[in-house]
Write a protein that binds this ligand. Sequence first.
Ligand code: GCB
Length: 603
Amino acid sequence: MLQYSMLYPKQSVSRRTVSMDGMWKFCLDPEGKGTEIGWADGIPQADLIPVPASFQDFYTDKDTREYAGDLWYETDVFVPEEYAGKNVAIRFGCATHRAEVYLNGVHVASHVGGFLPFMADITNVARYNAVNKVVVKINNELSETNIPCGKTKVLSNGKKMNSPYFDFFNYSGLQRPVKLVAYPKEYVFDLTVDHRINGRDAEVSYSVVTTGEHPVEVTVYDEDGREVAVSQGKEGILHIENAHLWQVRNAYLYTFTVRIKDEEEVLDEYSEEIGVRTVEVKGKDILINGSPVYLKGFGKHEDSDIVGRGFHIGVMKRDFECMKWIGANSFRTSHYPYSDEIYQMADREGFLVIDEVPAVGLFESLMNFMEASTGKKTAFFAKDTIPELLENHLRAVEEMITRDKNHACVIAWSLLNEPETTDEAAVPYFEKVFARAHELDVQKRPRTFALIMNSLPDTCKCYHLADVISMNRYYGWYLMGGYEMCDAEAAFRAEMDKWAGKDLDRPFIFTEYGADTYAAEHKLPSVMWSQEYQKEYLEMCHRVFDSYDFIKGEQVWNFADFQTTEGIMRVNGNKKGIFTRQRQPKDAAFYFKERWESLPLNH
Ligand code: GCB
């Protein structure tokens, strides 16, 4: 079990949360000397920088944008007198990729992994009714022992540089909200729910973990605030009569309130909005509340101008509005779990989410999308870095599932993106990751991983572990693009025929397919990179998808253009967006709108 609660910080009769977002002091530490020379007590010659945000795109010099190493943040936080006697903590939405936290110079937390929240308990270190100094040391270097994978090299001028085994820019820093939280000594540590539909009624089994022995009561309220079910005890079943189910793009959220009680006194109260629904894979279908669904949507990124991977509430809103306009019903949180607020919004809007752990780059190559097409094999899982990598990977799986398990929107776990799977050494690694996810999720949601181009029916050693087969395919882009499109289609069909021949009786979805496209480029007849080519390419892919009855979803790569590492393969970013980075439609968006609005829910 994790050392800290993953429940999203909320206010209640017993809990307080105060935002710590704003301008923080900031400085780089290229020599890695900060700890030794006492920066935990306060950082020197500090600049001011917004939190939450990635640090990279604010500055105008390249050394800062490309910086790899330690970076330090500092702020002051006032801890009120009324918090004395409670638990007090600082909750970081994330710190990319590893962090050490100090309060008034005392070390209070360490965390590895850049895309999931953690708490620094400051109860015994905080000065109450006084200002306290918070210092965070972050390191953003990539390695093969932590996810996402890559390496850090040293240039001839002595500067370090990150070399990711993936294309998205290595944005880092305090990229999500930071909150000061206070909650009682005896408190609700965790809540887990599982749903069953019984005719018109629903049965929600729940379990609550608290830090004490006082009795627990769970009450469910409908959207009008009416009490619809109540149960006593840390475990039990809540019966909701005439349940209003959470449906795809037609959400309904009940409020589940957990109270720890001492007679009539409420010691702690925690509420969460939860949609009641079931998810299941049956034969070739993905079923939501027993009905088959066809996924229409995107692989996304948390990425936008200026704040980089920083959570931006306005960008989130715009993304959902664009997805609703185009007729999408789903997205994958490629290639890492997103900010908590995005799942809350997906719950509210009725979107289906494939939640992905940051296990990307488990294929040693700086251009794996190219090299996989050439048949390159790297036996990644035979390396001696694997035991430590696995440990970090398993912990991220635990943090993700613990954080996201109650979200109605989360319908599947994606446990790796485009790993190397052609070598037997991958199998035991995969088995452990897949088993862990199964054990942690009481809802037993389907598990998947995104298959890279060389993970083919006759080369992939791991697809049998996936409950849903997720394919990333670029026939007509990385392979046989342009005038060779007819050969691309033939090769694509030949691969799909082989999968069909395996008779796996499992749903397949496309988690990536796409073509880089310049929003300003038009050409008749088409050329690659023009808007006309993007449409022809998509039409070809959709002809293929529509020919196989086991294909149960299409999530095009990518929702929007996004920033990547610079190089000859990317013109200031990946341009496969259906929307530009500023979230305006390319021509293909209108094509998708027409297709998706006319596809039946179960296609
Ligand atoms: C992939 C990767 C994704 C890349 C994409 C591309 O296979 O999963 O992260 O951005 O290809 O556009 O090359």
